[in-house]
Design a protein around this ligand. Structure first.
Ligand SMILES: *Cc1c(COP(=O)(O)O)cnc(C)c1O
Length: 293
């Protein structure tokens, strides 16, 4: 058994007093948050088989690529990533390469057919193991469901940010399995986030405790507004908890905005899942010009 450190801590910000955060960001610096949860059972499957090479997919600032690269290095496995778009270099990809990951930059059209890319490049490599973009899979859902088994008490609301919706599916699975009453509030970070419901329903059929809040994407994936950046500045400086503009800031913004709209009952206990991924903030550093003075 691997021991992980993911405590639950209270947050004192604005007037909301019953907000807690599960610090999955503390599980590991590089294999952080939900990426660790998602890879947990895949890496078990890999190490108990003849597989020696993790092959995965992501954008140029993907937290999943960094997590996969670091995990592969520790497990003495090879790693390769198909990176969406033209050849670039940035802080995230630099770290991936440092962990030994091979990067194959792939035009957006070709990138869409991941199975084909895998087959064309690694069809003859019997040691290659396919990991979907963001780590999405049934095993990832299983890993994320364990978050719920670690909760020492009940919460009226549980919040998470969603990209593919795999983490949300896992949380809902955990909620349904443990038969707890919590409502799962999901904040899609992409525009048109209602599709997340469909993604979640691939893994979980009972959606009664699910609510998707689609108005907190701030323009779309990796898009921000001065208002969101200002929120990050206030939140981080007043709580000491670092959040990132791509995922966790949108979730926390939603919690405080919903509160101002009287979404919660007076004594509701709220749990936010800090899904980690803090290196993503490096891709946004120029956006903070003018905010951080
Ligand atoms: C990848 C990521 C998510 C999105 O998780 P999904 O399971 O794809 O919905 C949320 N938060 C952080 C910090 C991430 O890195």
């Amino acid at each position: 058994m691997i021991q992980i450190f993911s405590p639950i801590q209270p947050i004192n910000f604005q007037s909301l007093t019953q907000v807690f955060v599960k610090r999955d960001d503390l599980i590991d610096t590089y294999i952080s948050g939900n990426k660790w949860r998602k890879l947990k059972y895949m890496i078990k499957e890999v190490t108990s088989s003849q597989k020696k090479h993790l092959v995965t997919f992501g954008g140029a600032y993907s937290n999943h690529l960094l997590a996969t690269a670091a995990l592969a290095a520790r497990a003495k496995l090879k790693s390769t990533a198909f990176v969406r778009g033209e050849n670039v270099n940035n802080e995230m990809l630099m770290l991936c390469k440092l962990f030994g990951m091979q990067l194959i930059f792939t035009a957006r059209d070709a990138y869409k057919d991941k199975e084909k890319l895998f087959k064309n490049h690694f069809g003859n490599d019997s040691g290659a193991y396919f990991i979907d973009e963001g780590g999405a899979s049934e095993l990832a859902v299983k890993g994320c469901a364990e978050i719920i088994t670690e909760l020492p008490q009940s919460y009226d609301h549980i919040f998470c940010a969603a990209g593919t919706g795999t983490t949300a599916a896992g949380l809902l699975k955990g909620i349904n399995q443990q038969k707890i009453e919590s409502k799962l509030n999901v904040i899609p970070v992409l525009n048109g986030g209602q599709f997340i419901e469909n993604e979640i329903s691939k893994y979980q059929s009972d959606l009664t405790q699910l609510t998707i809040h689609t108005d907190y994407h701030f323009g779309g994936y990796a898009k921000t507004t001065p208002e969101l950046l200002q929120f990050i500045k206030s939140f981080v400086s007043e709580t000491g908890l670092l959040i990132d503009p791509v995922y966790t800031a949108k979730m926390f913004y939603a919690i405080y905005d919903l509160s101002s709209k009287n979404y919660f009952k007076k004594n509701d206990k709220i749990l936010a899942i800090h899904t980690g991924g803090l290196f993503g903030i490096l891709g946004m550093k120029d956006k903070f010009n003018g905010i951080l003075v």
